[in-house]
Design a protein around this ligand. Structure first.
Ligand SMILES: *Cc1c(COP(=O)(O)O)cnc(C)c1O
Length: 415
């Protein structure tokens, strides 16, 4: 960062502090990861300088030949990675990919069925404060109160009653495997389209640790920066040419102008890394780590939503601990363990307070942590939340976390 240090010391110092934070804290936000040094290099490359409105071979600007090469490679690698026929690698974010998805699958005002936010759905799946809730007529399904898992018969009943034009599956805070085949059967039965938003789990799918939606969905959207471990951004996949054509115009010119060349370049690099067979070892380890953390927490008296996990995340139900998600998030932050407060199904607390925390293992697995480390972290979390009024204990844990975290490399900083 020689140039930034020279011309802009204030920003340089803030980035240095962030490097230190990412190195000394245990990053366990389920939607975060550490991008590789190659992905970081691509993100910081001159590809950010180029305007390239349009798609490869059909641009509105001259000088796009290298951009075309890179975007075509990114498209082909996305298709190879997820065994799809068509893909779009331009969306700036997951929310924008979903906006383009709705524009390509239904009309404004259409009926869409999705998971409610407080059961694990995403803002862009019909929240009233998001464009989706304003432009479309949403109805929400939730999880079963007993199992806290999807109840496909119940979803089927609701679909028959509501006859949506589109059904969405794929969530932000749901720790269990999704049965895409069953969703396809339900959407066929009510003649609706099916959108799979695999943002959280696309890395697990790429690494064969979660079943793939590509044979069942009309369209698949995903962010690229979560378990997939690419740059911030998003993508879409389909096996249906007419749907991907509509999606392409849904992105440009409908909701975006010029694509971000640096981000598309970094996506290409991330897809290359995910095609490598080592990535399935990574995906497998993420799930092993999250199951081990789940067991470690349960052994120490914590209740988990759905009593476990099949993915990279666990959701801790704190109602038995007489502590809110907000409080737990703060206590853990104070010792350098970074998680987020999260609503749990049928949460009695409002979204700013919540009764749960969401913990993810994708980022720490990138840094090389394995099962025994997760058991240890479970113990640190237990101690932090049990002795939250004991300042001596807290500063001891803070030092322990710092020393432990520093012993694992951070991509782009150490490797
Ligand atoms: C993260 C996420 C998104 C949105 O991604 P942004 O890039 O933050 O807009 C959309 N859908 C789901 C299911 C997500 O988890």
């Amino acid at each position: 960062m020689k140039s930034i240090a020279k011309i802009d010391p204030i920003i340089h110092s803030a980035i240095k502090k962030e490097i230190n934070r990412q190195k000394t804290q245990l990053v366990m936000i389920a939607s975060e990861n550490y991008a590789s040094s190659a992905v970081l290099e691509a993100t910081g490359s001159v590809m950010t300088n180029k305007y390239a409105e349009g798609y490869p071979g059909r641009r509105y600007y001259a000088g796009c030949e290298n951009f075309d090469t890179i975007e075509n490679i990114a498209i082909n690698r996305a298709n190879e990675l997820f065994s799809s026929n068509f893909s779009n690698v331009q969306p700036h974010s997951g929310t924008q990919a979903n906006m383009a998805a709705y524009f390509s699958l239904v009309n404004v005002g259409s009926k869409i069925m999705s998971m409610s936010l407080d059961h694990g759905g995403h803002l862009s799946h019909g929240s009233s404060v998001n464009f989706s809730g304003k432009l479309y007529d949403f109805i929400h399904y939730g999880v079963d109160p007993e199992t806290e898992q999807l109840d496909y018969d119940e979803i089927e009943k609701l679909a028959k009653k509501f006859t949506p034009d589109l059904i969405i599956t794929g969530y932000t805070a749901y720790p269990r495997e999704i049965n895409f085949k069953r969703f396809k059967e339900i959407s066929d039965e009510v003649e609706s389209k099916l959108l799979v938003d695999m943002s959280h789990i696309s890395g697990l799918i790429a690494g064969n640790s979660h079943s793939s939606p590509i044979d069942f969905a009309d369209l698949v959207t995903s962010t690229t920066h979560k378990t997939l471990r690419g740059p911030r951004g998003a993508m879409a996949l389909s096996n249906n040419e007419s749907i991907i054509k509509k999606f392409n115009s849904g992105v440009f010119p409908n909701t975006q102008g010029g694509p971000m060349g640096h981000s598309i370049t970094a996506k290409a690099v991330a897809f290359y890394e995910a095609i490598d067979s080592k990535f399935s070892d990574y995906a497998k380890q993420i799930v092993i780590n999250s199951r081990t953390l789940a067991q470690s927490m349960e052994n120490r008296g914590f209740k988990l939503v759905s009593n476990g996990t099949d993915t990279h995340m666990i959701l801790v139900d704190l109602r038995t601990k007489s502590m809110s998600g907000m409080e737990a998030e703060r206590y853990l932050k104070d010792v350098g363990i970074i998680v987020n407060k999260n609503t749990i199904p049928f949460d009695p607390n409002p979204p700013m307070i919540t009764s749960g925390i969401r913990i993810g293992t994708a980022a720490l697995t990138t840094r090389g942590l394995v099962a025994k480390d997760m058991d240890y972290i479970g113990d640190l979390i237990y101690k932090t939340l049990t002795y939250c009024d004991d300042n001596k204990m807290k500063s001891r844990i803070l030092n322990e976390v710092k020393e432990f975290s520093e012993s694992f490399p951070v991509p782009g900083i150490d490797t």
